[in-house]
Ligand binder design. Structure first.
Ligand SMILES: O=C(O)/C=C/C(=O)CC(=O)CC(=O)O
Ligand SMILES: [Ca+2]
Ligand SMILES: [Mg+2]
Length: 429
């Protein structure tokens, strides 16, 4: 911990000091923005309800040190590649510029824009995207629907299961989600048909963004794995369940999941989340101990990040009738069977090279309780238990006009609240 974690230090940006603010001085997430009036943009940092145009400030001030120079780029990849020391130095410098007693307050104030006046873009150019399956609760639930005889496959507790996703279709929050078409074959039908997905779903996940990578052929030991993670964001792995059920064997998800994936635009640094570590998920008695390359005392001691995750739904009718989005689920990243450290160490354990800006999905975050299930497949139990909405409507899966909203935050008595902002997408036909 350092001064940037001290909740007593306030910002001169008044909105950052509100108790329910996602972006207090202690957070300082990085993103890429564009002004709505077309007057440029670039790498920025969120503070309260403002965006600090860090790129422009660095350029105008003629700052030449590495931690600043890299923030004048169009995307965050090169900054991410620079590693934890540079990230920390930048964070400390930004903290000092924005703290209440900053002597540069007036000069910096000229580089702030209301978040309402900007649009967020993709923060990184994503080279590769991998999605894991790290919630044993999600895996057990999905398994019992797709494979009733064998819900949790025997490899689950040994291998952090994942599949290679598609980087080209990862979009920033707010982009429309076009309902995909594909092959579906209900169990009762003789043959498949091609047409619009009838079981469109979301998956509430957290994305980890890779900083420095590893060279091809080299591995990442678990004890060092977190040094390769810059930060976290919210991630929606939109999923076409009817397409998935028909196509996924034997090679896993393909067109059911690569039509679009949405991420929240602000990357919350691991450093900002440091005060929110808790003991990681405790394997029940009788579960195998992870193999040595997935087992490290320090990783265990560091624990998991206790990030609360909420999914909300707003239908077109609800918006027309001014009904607020309804909570579908509430869970925590802490409930995952595998840590991001283990997922990363596993990913690189065969020498596969990770690169700066790669995106790693946690897998759907579901907990033990019913209200912590992170997708409609689980919440409506494959459509057999429709969800009633305050508008009088019901949902088994998503309909056109439905908006899915994720929120994430870490909270703890006596600490600043570290929020993720939102990850949104509206389904269009
Ligand atoms: O159990 C299966 O066959 C597939 C489950 C998924 O939907 C895979 C996935 O995207 C992983 C996850 O989000 O946890
Ligand atoms: Ca997923
Ligand atoms: Mg996807």
């Amino acid at each position: 911990m350092n001064e940037t974690h001290d909740p007593k230090i306030k910002s001169w940006v008044a909105s950052a000091n509100a108790p329910d603010c996602d972006f207090p001085l202690q957070n300082l997430p990085f993103g890429v923005f564009r002004r709505k009036n077309d007057e440029g943009g670039g790498i920025g940092v969120a503070i309260g309800d403002q965006v600090f145009d860090v790129g422009a400030w660095v350029r105008d001030q003629g700052k030449s040190s590495a931690e600043f120079k890299l923030l004048t780029e169009k995307r965050l990849n090169r900054f991410l590649a620079a590693g934890p020391q540079i990230w920390s130095a930048a964070r400390m410098a930004l903290f000092n510029l924005l703290r209440e007693d900053s002597p540069q307050r007036e000069q910096v104030a000229r580089y702030l824009d209301a978040t309402a006046n900007v649009e967020m873009e993709m923060p990184i150019d994503i080279g590769d995207y991998t999605d894991f399956y790290a919630s044993v609760f999600h895996a057990t639930n999905v398994g019992s629907m797709f494979r009733p005889d064998n819900p949790l496959l025997p490899n689950y507790k040994w291998v952090p299961i994942g599949y290679h996703g598609r980087a080209s279709s990862v979009v920033a929050s707010g982009a429309a989600v076009k309902r995909p078409s594909g092959q579906r074959k209900p169990p009762t039908a003789d043959m498949p048909t091609f047409g619009p997905c009838a079981q469109l779903d979301y998956e509430l996940e957290v994305g980890a963004v890779i900083g420095p990578g590893n060279a091809l052929g080299e591995t990442v030991p678990l004890r060092d794995a977190e040094k390769h993670i810059f930060g976290l964001c919210l991630l929606n792995d939109w999923s076409a369940r009817d397409i998935q059920a028909w196509e996924y064997q034997p090679l896993g998800p393909f067109l059911a999941k690569n039509f679009v994936t949405t991420i929240s635009p602000w990357l919350v640094t691991l450093e900002a989340l440091e005060p929110y570590r808790r003991s990681a998920y405790k394997r029940p008695e009788g579960d195998p101990q992870p193999l040595p390359y997935l087992s490290d005392e320090n990783d265990q001691q560091r624990g998991a990040f206790d990030v609360s995750l909420d999914a909300y739904l707003s239908t077109r009718k609800m918006r027309d009738e001014k009904i607020a989005p309804i909570s579908l689920s509430h869970g925590s990243l802490r409930d995952m069977y595998w840590t991001f450290g283990q997922m990363l160490a596993h990913h690189a354990s065969n020498g596969c090279n990770l690169q700066p800006g790669d995106l790693i999905g946690s897998g759907t975050v579901s907990g033990q309780s019913k209200h912590s299930r992170g997708c409609l497949l689980e919440l409506s139990w494959r459509g057999t238990e429709p969800i009633s909405l305050p508008s009088g409507e019901t949902r088994k899966f998503l309909e056109d006009g439905d908006e899915v909203i994720f929120r994430g935050y870490a909270e703890r008595e006596g600490q600043a609240r570290i929020g993720f902002g939102e990850c949104r997408g509206i389904v269009v036909g």
